[in-house]
Design a protein around this ligand. Structure first.
Ligand SMILES: Cc1ncc(COP(=O)(O)O)c(C=O)c1O
Length: 237
């Protein structure tokens, strides 16, 4: 099997190039390989489509996993969706494995209500409406700060790449935060911003029900926090 995220999440919101996912699907079909798509981060509307893979023409996985947005993350629940023939196989050949909280009724009720709300309130429509604002705000930050190399977003899933004054990324992914990056993190917290922050990647993934005013307010706070990193880098230059 091939296991992928349709849009890479924690790796920095990376949308594959045109034709890539369609090509993967065709190769899997040609060689009888199962395509498993991990939609934990990019499922349930995050990218402006119900599933991330819906951005790619004709790409339907054989197995899909998802979680997070399934319950709005109010209760822990993950899901696996499979094509009929895979379901039939496991129906006849159960794996004899279970989990303590498998199909927990309270979590399932939460998912049911979340998905109903999602459809009724057109949450995906809101994500699509907010995407241009997200792009505009990210672009303003990229234009303003030397410490930001570039930014990108799909739906309400955005990311900024932080860099130092020599034009390199501010640090390697997974390495301990440098003192100036720690100051940025503190400034973000002081501004009330809680983000997936794995420098050099600064993710922007606000709630899918956010409105324009709240989104712009979030970026104003991020702007103030980034000013702290910019000034730290000025001192070091
Ligand atoms: C892309 C992706 N896959 C899988 C997981 C793990 O999901 P869970 O916490 O539901 O096991 C995560 C968690 O953040 C994730 O981002």
């Amino acid at each position: 099997a091939v296991l992928l995220e349709s849009i890479v999440g924690a790796g920095g919101v990376l949308v594959p190039p045109d034709g890539y996912m369609t090509g993967v699907r065709s190769l899997c079909d040609k060689y009888g390989v199962l395509l498993i798509l991990d939609e934990v981060m990019v499922g349930f509307g995050r990218t402006g489509k119900f599933y991330g893979f819906q951005h790619f023409e004709g790409v339907i996985p054989d197995i899909v996993t998802s979680a997070k947005g399934l319950t709005g993350s109010f209760l822990p629940l993950a899901m696996v969706g499979v094509r009929q023939k895979i379901k039939d196989h496991f129906w006849k050949n159960p794996v004899g494995w279970g989990a303590t909280y498998h199909a927990h009724p309270v979590a399932l009720a939460c998912a049911y209500e979340t998905v109903k709300y999602f459809m009724k309130e057109d949450v995906i429509g809101n994500v699509q409406k907010m995407e241009p604002i997200m792009m505009e705000e990210l672009n303003k930050i990229v234009a303003k700060y030397k410490c930001v190399r570039q930014g990108r977003a799909v739906g309400l899933f955005g990311c900024l790449d932080l860099m130092d004054r020599s034009g390199r990324l501010v640090q390697k992914l997974g390495e301990p935060m440098t003192p100036e990056v720690q100051k940025l993190r503190k400034a973000m917290r002081d501004e009330g911003l809680f983000a997936l922050f794995r420098p050099p990647l600064l993710h922007c993934a606000p709630p899918l029900i956010i409105n324009e005013e709240e989104l712009r307010d979030g970026f104003r706070r991020l702007d103030k926090a980034l000013d702290v990193l910019e000034k730290e880098q000025d001192k070091m230059a």
